[in-house]
Ligand binder design. Structure first.
Ligand code: NAP
Length: 458
């Protein structure tokens, strides 16, 4: 895949970039290694000072970077601004909390192990390769980088090939904030070069956010070198609506969740599973809200849904819808690729999905909602757990018994009750099943790339 900015609103290539040569990659690895020698010996207070300075820099450059995000992957300018500000918030959170998350774990009674003192300490591992996607081109990277750098690790970014300008912005951001040169840098390389970098002795671990095939490849290469891997992969999150739900509130967030970021979020609700007692009410409101969304140029402040980010992404999305329609499903709204420039796809709701249709099992990465009618909680759960994904999940109910049932039984890395899923700096994030393994954020996330070293002293 060429490393280039191709504007999804027009379909035109705006800028192309030359990939780093093996010599340039080597130079960056050497600089990264030197940076680790410096960074791992600094204090939390020093790193926090640099992290806050980096957050301030990002906040002062929101307009500039937001425009780059919109041009490169088509999200609305308002959502691009919000993404940049969320990244700054994440940096401040880890500047304030990393030391607490990585505090020594002291054994209260060291005599029980025959020691005068015993404790476990968290130490950084070294250079971590971050293979990242284009859908939240800043947030996915900063979600990894802020905790990693605060722990004393080094980040080496291989960003998606369609967001090179964002990748180059990130290349210098942390150094401009005061971090040592090489503490965080970008490799402009294609996915075929990832294997060599993972296998390099100086790289100790890898984190990948992206698709299932990329996850399989990266995890097997890391496994071959016995290196730690964290995988944040796809999702097809269920959104269950039970009779006690506030249906208008559920519909409002169903629309936001499914169409935010032009429908390209791993934790978007994608399958809407609605109890028959409230199905007609939900369906009518959902259809009218989806049909009313303003689709258009993401630079226009009135636009609510922009284009799908890549030509191939729109083709894949349309193929899933066409497969379902060809096998007897119905499009209640949308369902056909519009003519004209850019990679637009209309907000769509598909009803009448059966197991034979690809939509039943596969992820839709665009503004396409699957709508299911169910008779009871057990049927809702069976459909919800019926895919190989297990990222997040949503359930709308005020019934205590149903809350307990769904929060216990849903096979997912998270359950959001009476809300849509959001990735918060304060909460662990990650999936199960083919949605990946390991966690980002919070104590669990920052500890993923640390050596928990046991210290026994006689
Ligand atoms: P993708 O093709 O897997 O690309 C993601 C990154 O992996 C890019 O940097 C890509 O580089 C690289 N890559 C692709 N194939 C690779 C391989 N075989 N070896 C090494 N690196 C490889 O993902 P996408 O389809 O663009 O992104 C959408 C997917 O990401 C969806 O499934 C979505 O749900 C998932 N996602 C998950 C999360 C989460 O937190 N769980 C968040 C966001 C997105 P190139 O661009 O150079 O190919």
């Amino acid at each position: 895949m060429a490393i280039a900015t191709v504007n999804p609103t027009t379909g035109l290539t705006e800028r192309s970039f030359t990939a780093h040569t093996p010599e340039e990659v080597e130079t960056r690895l050497v600089t990264a290694s030197r940076a680790f020698e410096t960074l791992h010996a600094t204090t939390f207070a020093q790193r926090a000072e640099w992290m806050i300075a980096t957050a301030e820099l990002l906040e002062s450059e929101v307009e500039m970077i937001a425009r780059i995000l919109t041009i490169e992957m088509g999200k609305t300018l308002a959502s691009a601004r919000a993404e940049a500000l969320k990244c700054a918030k994440n940096m401040r959170f880890y500047a304030a909390n990393a030391e607490g998350f990585l505090a020594d774990e002291v054994l209260d009674d060291p005599s029980s192990v025959g020691a005068s003192s015993a404790r476990a300490i968290y130490q950084p591992l070294g250079i971590v390769l971050a293979v990242m996607p284009w859908n939240y081109p800043l947030w996915q990277v900063i979600r990894f980088a802020a905790p990693a750098l605060m722990a004393g690790n080094i980040g080496l970014l291989k960003h998606a090939s369609n967001v090179p300008q964002t990748a180059l912005y990130l290349d210098t951001l942390f150094t401009r904030g005061g971090f040592p040169e090489g503490a965080f840098s970008t490799l402009l390389i294609g996915s075929a070069e990832v294997k060599t970098v993972i296998e390099d002795r100086r790289v100790v671990a890898v984190t990948l956010t992206g698709s299932e095939p990329a996850g399989r490849s990266v995890a097997s290469i890391a496994g071959g070198s016995i290196k730690k891997a964290v995988l944040e992969l796809g999702g097809s999150d269920p959104f269950i609506v039970m009779p006690s739900a506030d249906v208008p509130a559920a519909v409002a967030l169903a629309v936001t969740s499914r169409t935010g970021n032009n429908g390209q979020s791993c934790i978007a609700a994608k399958r809407f599973i609605v109890h028959s007692d409230v199905y007609d009410e939900f369906r009518e409101l959902f259809v009218s809200r989806m049909a009313a969304l303003r689709v258009g140029d993401p630079m226009d402040p009135d636009t609510e849904v922009g284009p799908v980010s890549t030509e191939g992404g729109r083709r894949d999305l349309a193929a899933l819808v066409d497969d379902a329609l060809g096998k007897g499903a119905t499009a209640l709204v949308g369902g056909a690729m519009p003519p004209g420039p850019g990679w637009f796809y209309p907000p769509t709701i598909i009803e009448g999905i059966t197991r034979e249709m690809r939509l039943y099992l596969e992820e839709t990465f665009g503004p396409v909602a699957s709508l299911y009618r169910v008779a009871d909680a057990a049927e809702a759960l069976a459909i919800a757990n019926g895919t190989d994904f297990g990222l997040s999940s949503n359930v709308w109910t005020t019934d205590e018994g149903e809350r307990a049932y769904f929060t216990r039984e849903l096979q997912a890395g998270a359950v959001f009750v009476n809300d849509m899923t959001i990735s918060y700096p304060e909460l662990p994030f990650g999936g199960i099943k083919v949605s990946g393994y390991g966690r980002e954020l919070a104590a669990a996330g920052i500890r993923e790339f640390c050596n928990l070293k046991t210290i026994w002293e006689g």
